[in-house]
Design a protein around this ligand. Structure first.
Ligand SMILES: CC(=O)Nc1cc[nH]c(=O)n1
Length: 102
């Protein structure tokens, strides 16, 4: 996997390095640590940066903590709402940690 999309509303947080993880379902678990991926908006496919994958770690919804929320630049309540909206009824998730490629 050498590309990933994010909702436009996350773009500024990624570019300012306030958001350093993304939580995805199993369909996006195969990113390779140390690889570089192209990043585009989900809505219109506009490329906006490259990210270096740091790690991919399985997690269940119930294991999400304030640390994950901080890494997403959200409160834990906001994070749980976002993940529930995107991945309803999906207990098995993956934390993909990344760094902005400058
Ligand atoms: C497009 C898309 O699924 N975007 C997501 C999903 C989960 N977290 C995130 O930061 N972005």
């Amino acid at each position: 996997m050498n590309s990933i999309t994010f909702y436009q509303r996350f773009e500024m947080d990624i570019l300012s390095q306030k958001k350093t993880i993304t939580i995805r379902d199993a369909s996006e678990k195969d990113f390779v640590p140390h690889s570089i991926v192209d990043v585009s908006t989900y809505e219109d496919g506009r490329w906006f940066c490259q990210l270096r994958i740091v790690s991919v770690t399985p997690i269940s919804f119930s294991e999400l903590t304030d640390v994950h929320a901080q890494q997403e630049n959200m409160t834990l309540e906001e994070l749980k709402q976002v993940i529930s909206d995107i991945y309803p009824e999906t207990p098995d998730l993956y934390v993909i940690a990344f760094e902005l490629v400058k």
